[in-house]
Design a protein around this ligand. Structure first.
Ligand code: B1M
Length: 208
């Protein structure tokens, strides 16, 4: 019987080979894909997220864990689709126009994927119209904006304005080193989070 605790542990330690092996074994044994996701991948990413929040691990450990999660998810995703498992929620995420920083945004995207969200990553330097078009196309519940430069923070405001003008119901969450809760309130964002682990809590609360 595949050991899902071992899978969670492999995610936590970023052991990609073991994560893949246990996921494959669990699928072959007929373990429900949702159980593999919840008790293996999400459990592991939750633990790493908590440790990151508590400063017990740092960015490199999170990136390595996320890489292991991503590999395992690649073979699990077709099984989840076959089993008709619905994602926890859906969002488009990107770094706003003029800004090329993507390390933080990638971490946020990976943590959300790890928490069971369907994440559409639009990349960097994303124009407001592109956020609107993609959010509309995928009919997502959330739009996530990241900015690392004080000079690109106004792109967040422009994007929120464009989303509102387009009449989309998606809620907007923002983050990035120069961003604050005050700024989020000022530009009409629905939520702000200071780090990738809190971004998961925020996303869940915004769609609750
Ligand atoms: Co740039 N850069 N950079 N840079 N860079 C900073 C941001 C800077 C603070 C450095 C400095 O001067 N001390 C400064 C900004 C100053 C300011 O605006 N006040 C700066 C500058 C000026 C620039 C250039 C203008 C430099 C130049 O060319 N003269 C230029 C701009 C290019 C552009 O974007 N148009 C530039 C370029 C670059 C590189 C390309 C070389 C590279 C980016 C590589 C990449 O991302 N692929 C780079 C880097 C690496 C940095 C630093 C060193 C590190 C940023 C980072 O990745 N942090 C940075 C200085 C620093 O922070 N020490 C700096 C780690 C990352 C995990 O944190 O992104 O904050 P962060 O994400 C966190 C949270 O903020 C939060 O969760 C993450 C994980 O906990 N979060 C969210 C982020 N997005 C979120 C979204 C959410 C929720 C939470 O919801 C959707």
């Amino acid at each position: 019987m595949a050991d899902l605790q071992a899978l969670a542990q492999a995610i936590i330690t970023g052991d990609q080979n073991t994560a893949l092996e246990v996921t494959k074994a669990a699928i072959q044994e007929g373990t429900a894909p949702k159980k593999i996701l919840d008790e293996g991948l999400i459990a592991g990413m939750n633990t790493i997220g908590e440790r990151f929040k508590n400063n017990e691990v740092y960015i490199p450990e999170v990136l390595i864990a996320a890489r292991a999660m991503k590999s395992a998810l690649q073979i699990l995703e077709p099984e989840l689709v076959k089993a008709g498992v619905e994602p926890v929620g859906s969002l488009v995420v990107g770094t706003v126009q003029g800004d090329l920083h993507d390390i933080g945004k990638n971490l946020v995207a990976m943590m959300l994927k790890g928490a069971g969200f369907n994440v559409i990553d639009l990349g960097v330097d994303v124009a407001p119209e592109e956020f609107v078009a993609q959010a509309k196309k995928a009919n997502v519940q959330l739009v996530g904006l990241s900015a690392l430069l004080t000079t690109t923070m106004p792109s967040m405001e422009r994007t929120i304005k464009a989303i509102k003008e387009a009449g989309l119901s998606a809620k907007v969450m923002i983050g990035g080193a120069p961003v604050t809760q005050d700024y989020a309130d000022k530009i009409g964002a629905d939520g702000y989070s200071p780090d990738a682990a809190s971004a998961v809590d925020l996303a869940k609360s915004l769609i609750a």
